[in-house]
Design a protein around this ligand. Structure first.
Ligand SMILES: [Zn+2]
Length: 118
């Protein structure tokens, strides 16, 4: 009986390692799934807004956060410029430091343009 338990444990361990292995190859496609989700979120914006959000690419506050990855991005207006943030929390931070936010947006837009020309 004790022997059977050992075998069962082994089989369990093997099953887990198999799941781990079969899960690994699908990892690279997870990135493209996120892109698809992001695109699907941005589709909810008007054409004009989508172009504007796509040109910025990333949240003006959490600059590693692609716009659309946290749901529909929020449009803000700072000194007559349209800028985008990923969520409500970032909206407050963006408005608290308008000059810094506009500088970040300028950086992000330049980054998007250089990414596209690669
Ligand atoms: Zn955010």
């Amino acid at each position: 009986m004790k022997r059977f338990c050992l075998i069962a444990t082994c089989v369990c361990g093997l099953a887990f390692s198999l799941v781990g292995c079969s899960g690994a190859p699908s990892a690279p496609s997870a990135g493209s799934n996120a892109d698809t989700k992001q695109a699907a979120t941005l589709v909810k914006l008007s054409d004009e807004d989508r172009v504007s959000a796509t040109a910025q690419g990333y949240c003006a506050v959490m600059t590693s956060e692609p716009l659309g990855s946290m749901g529909v991005p929020l449009k803000l207006s700072i000194k007559d410029q349209t800028i985008w943030v990923c969520c409500k929390g970032c909206e407050k931070k963006a408005l608290a430091n308008p000059d810094q936010t506009l500088a970040k947006v300028a950086e992000l837009k330049a980054q998007v343009i250089s990414d596209q020309s690669k």
